[in-house]
Design a binder for this molecule. Sequence first.
Ligand code: HEM
Length: 404
Amino acid sequence: MTVESNDTILDYPFSNPSALEAAPEWERLRTECPVARIRLPSGDEAVLLTRHEDVRAVLSDRRFQRQLGTSDAARISNEDEGGFLGGEVSIASGEGHERWRKLVGRYFTARRMIDMRPQIKATAEGFLDGMIKKGSPADLSAEFGFPLPVWVIGMLLGIPEADRNIFRRWSEIMLNVSRFSQDEIDSSQAEFMEYFTNHVAALRENPGDDLISSLLDVADSAEDDRISAFELVLTAQGLLIAGHETTSHMIGKMVAMLLADRARWERLLADRSLVRYAVEEALRFDVNPGIGIPRYITTDLELSGGTLPAGTSVICSMGAANRDGTVFADADAMNLNRAPNPHVSFGGGQYSCIGASLARAELQIALELLLDRLPTLELAIPVEQLRAREGLLLGGLEEVPVRW
Ligand code: HEM
């Protein structure tokens, strides 16, 4: 099985039949053409991998870098949507990234994630109270899914509560460059830089229990392990971009998927021990996880689906890999007690999601709270009317109208 014949270059991304239904191409390519030629929105060509085994093989191979913006690699779009994740900054790849990852990884311990739970819960309760007070029906996404993760990142970075709403706006602009003017993007970058430089100086004077204070500690104590002030700002920006909309959209998509079939909601109401499995299954079952994970292949590579020559730009489809029937029994069914569940929604290998345990905590807390407080929750519109919000890096739902 090799790359589709020369004249078949598929336009990518594919469109889904509806907001909660997978693109039919996933299944077809996985079985017939697991190493498929595609044309990206930039017009550049790349190869799409759809099998779980192949996606895992590429992601776990340390030789392959994430940037598609360097050398002769394909670009996803003509606008720079890569930001921190795709940028050509010192901490984005190679040794600089390895050092950064070690430093930042020290903060994301299991213990700390457990310690953050009560604060995350209290914040989530605050937003839910606000939504309930405004009354049924409501847009769960706008009232609950969107604000929660940005507040959690604010917590992580030691941002005072009063300033967290500005963060929301910056995150929106920085992640969706194609929807804003160059002036808006430039000024939001400049404002972020200025705010953060002052914030770092304030934390130096008055350190807290946040990630930035812990990095400052390292920076000040070990000469050879320094993280520069600029890298600190990039870290903050990177966390905001990587951790906000991803989690926000996932809260909305998870709730929509669970309410799309009320039997799922009822099962969770009857048995809360299913919540953490349901969260993993929602991550796996997501049909709109964005374009996929890009890698640049620097040496010939044998995969189950064919050979990739050096110099290939690859997109690993998490969505297609997550529905691979050779790994997941009855892959097209949402199974709320699926275990094990080796989905690739958080990537894998050296660049895998550093915030995965935090995202899991947020999703679990959000779901538990909704089950406790709003057991009668249901979608306020027919499932077919849910509208997908397509984004290149990640996708979600425009709104999640609910009533209770
Ligand atoms: C449901 C929510 C989330 C999803 C689906 C998700 C998904 C991902 C994926 C697929 C990657 C790998 C990208 C690649 O290999 O090129 C990644 C990386 C990353 N994620 Fe997440 N993420 C989520 C939440 C978060 C949160 C809450 C944070 C932090 C607060 C975060 C921070 C990061 C960072 C910093 C990276 C880059 C890691 C590195 O370069 O080593 N993510 N995420």
